[in-house]
Design a protein around this ligand. Structure first.
Ligand SMILES: [Zn+2]
Length: 204
């Protein structure tokens, strides 16, 4: 009975996360990666959830892969900093430079935290310009740290999103203190997307 209960709870957790991801207009592949559900089950879920006339759009094609998007304009830069702060606040990314990364949790729990951080960002920023797929990509890119990274200001402790390969020093957004140049490196191993084959492995 206990095995059955555990399996039921896991399955229910997967479905609850999948529904949150559908509402966030995540791609089918993204939903499959985070939940471990099969493509077929994700498609059935989407069909049963999205009724004709629903406001939810479906995105097709590849997920975004250009980090240049996040700092392209002053508005996007602002959105990116708010979202990055939420990713730190909700434990998707580490809280301190070179500090211990949050303990890696199961993909479903990570997916929940990512949704929580994205929900908070969209509540704070009116007319949020970063969609969920890009938010997931930003979390990946910041946790890798080889193109853009988090840098904490030594003066005020504020968190900044900066280009990892920049040649010039930049100022902290919060206090204008100059942020020293740092060699690219991983900010932590907080979050990486679950393997694309997860759904196949679980056989669900
Ligand atoms: Zn500062």
């Amino acid at each position: 009975m206990r095995v059955t209960d555990d399996r039921y709870r896991r399955d229910r957790s997967r479905l609850e996360l999948a529904l949150r991801l559908v509402k966030h207009e995540a791609r089918t592949q993204t939903i499959r990666q985070w939940t471990g559900l099969s493509d077929d089950r994700v498609r059935k879920l989407i069909r049963s959830y999205i009724r004709p006339g629903a406001a939810i759009r479906r995105h097709r094609g590849k997920s975004p892969q250009q980090v240049g998007f996040f700092l392209r304009t002053a508005q996007l830069d602002h959105d990116t900093h708010v979202l990055a702060a939420m990713l730190v606040l909700f434990g998707v990314l580490p809280t301190r430079q070179r500090g211990a990364a949050p303990r890696r949790s199961a993909p479903i729990q990570q997916g929940r935290l990512l949704c929580d951080a994205f929900d908070a960002y969209t509540r704070i920023v009116e007319g949020a310009r970063i969609d969920f797929e890009r938010a997931a990509f930003l979390a990946d890119a910041l946790s890798m740290g080889d193109e853009i990274r988090l840098q904490w200001c030594e003066h005020c402790g504020g968190v900044n999103v900066i280009e990892a390969l920049r040649l010039r020093e930049v100022e902290c957004r919060a206090c204008s203190h100059v942020l020293p140049l740092q060699r690219p490196g991983r900010a932590g191993r907080a979050m990486t997307r679950p393997p694309a084959t997860l759904g196949n492995q679980t056989g669900l």
